[in-house]
Design a protein around this ligand. Structure first.
Ligand code: MCF
Ligand code: FE
Length: 406
């Protein structure tokens, strides 16, 4: 049992409460929050953890959408237009992923922890990230990805997917949670999608999917036209989209699902406020989608909207702090200090709710996943914003009550 104190604490509750000169007792979970003198008297055997004088404690960040297998990308994939990017991924992904050895994935996970992240949602395209993720102290929701348009290859695709799925299941524990990703409505045919979704249902697993990310995808799904049509004509005489918008969403009815991007989604009412959430990847959208999510409108819909970085395949950093800074710059229709608080909740409380994890906020009974940062003297009204602007690396990070060494 431990006691830790700090001059400031962001509880990351709905009200965005900030406590001053408070402490808490924890083992794997937070047991009690109070003034340090009271806690020391009540828990005389608890070990005191030293922090620097100007310390801030907040819940560790949750990044629900990464692609670690693409971590070697720099100067390789093409940016500026989704279709150009997609073509570069299709031709280069094999080579790119072969460059990514276990060591690079471990280093990338360490770097994410250093920037305050305790939990990631890893979209695994090939399964080459499995061991490094399972053995790391990071909490990983491991989404095995399925995709394929050609029905004649379905049997082969299912067998290959099941092999990756079983391998992941063998590592299942508190910090490694297998899940399933249906890549997207333009890349995954109905039979494969249904197959993977029923597996998720059977094992009560989380689902994730890329959805309405680009103009090309929007035109294809809504008007059966655009670049997808031109490209697919090379393979079939009269190509048709695999789903209507509502048909695709319907597949995920009653199932906890993260819909990533949704830049072109207008039909927010089709998503389920209790089970469906939107992962907003602002930097990735700038590189690939030529459009940003209308955040104000999306939040007004009442859906859970949270942040993710996407992979280094469409970002230059997997730090949630960098991603928050990007969000500060692009969402100009918000008052800056109010946006800063919202973004911190979108990196903690909201993704925790979307993933149904008992963390993301500092409260009694919640998992002890938290970070300690050094800050400077600052008024509480400015602190959330100033923290996002200045913070780079943690002093300490705890996952399930255990301090991470990196
Ligand atoms: O989120 C971005 C952009 N949208 C779609 N897919 C990916 C992203 N980053 C990596 N990917 C992966 C995806 O998981 O690229 C492949 C899939 O394996 C594209 S489909 C050939
Ligand atoms: Fe992605």
């Amino acid at each position: 049992m431990f006691i830790i104190s700090a001059s400031k604490m962001f509880l990351c509750d709905e009200k965005f409460s900030i406590l001053e000169d408070f402490a808490f007792v924890f083992d794997e979970v937070i047991l009690e929050i109070d003034k340090i003198e009271i806690l020391k008297r009540k828990y005389p055997n608890a070990k005191l953890i030293k922090t620097k004088p100007n310390s801030l404690i907040l819940p560790a960040f949750i990044n629900p959408h990464t692609h670690l297998e693409f971590s070697a990308n720099a100067y390789t994939l093409h940016f500026g237009d989704f279709f150009i990017w997609l073509k570069s991924v299709i031709s280069l992904r094999q080579n790119l992923s072969q460059e990514v050895k276990d060591e690079l994935i471990t280093q990338t996970l360490n770097k994410m922890q250093k920037t305050g992240t305790s939990t990631i949602g890893e979209i695994s395209s090939f399964g080459s990230d499995l061991e490094s993720c399972a053995k790391h102290s990071m909490r990983v929701i491991y989404f095995n990805e399925i995709l394929g348009t050609d029905k004649t290859q379905n049997l082969q695709k299912k067998e290959e997917f099941l092999k990756r799925f079983e391998k992941a299941m063998a590592y299942k524990d508190d910090l490694f949670i297998p899940a399933i990703s249906i890549h997207s409505p333009y890349s995954t045919n109905l039979e494969l999608a249904k197959f993977a979704i029923s597996l998720a249902q059977k094992h009560q697993m989380l689902l994730s999917t890329h959805f309405l990310e680009s103009k090309a995808e929007n035109l294809w799904l809504k008007k059966s036209s655009g670049e997808f049509k031109q490209w697919l004509k090379n393979f079939t005489p009269n190509p048709k989209p695999l789903y209507q918008i509502n048909e695709y969403i319907e597949l995920f009815r009653g199932l906890r699902t993260l819909f990533t991007h949704c830049v072109y989604l207008k039909e927010f009412e089709l998503l389920d406020k209790n089970l469906h959430a939107i992962t907003h990847c602002a930097f990735s959208n700038r590189l690939l989608s030529q459009k940003s999510l209308a955040l104000k409108k999306a939040l007004k819909s009442g859906l859970n909207i949270h942040l993710g970085t996407d992979g280094l395949s469409s970002n230059i950093s997997l730090s949630m702090l960098d991603e928050m800074r990007t969000n500060l710059l692009i969402h100009k229709d918000f008052e800056l200090n109010a946006l800063a608080k919202k973004l911190l909740l979108m990196a903690t409380l909201y993704p925790a709710k979307a993933l149904n994890l008992n963390l993301g906020t500092l409260a009694v009974g919640k998992m002890a996943d938290f970070s300690v940062f050094e800050v400077k003297e600052c008024d509480n009204t400015q602190l959330p914003l100033q923290f996002i602007l200045n913070a780079k690396e943690v002093q300490k990070l705890f996952i399930k009550g255990k301090e991470c060494k990196f």
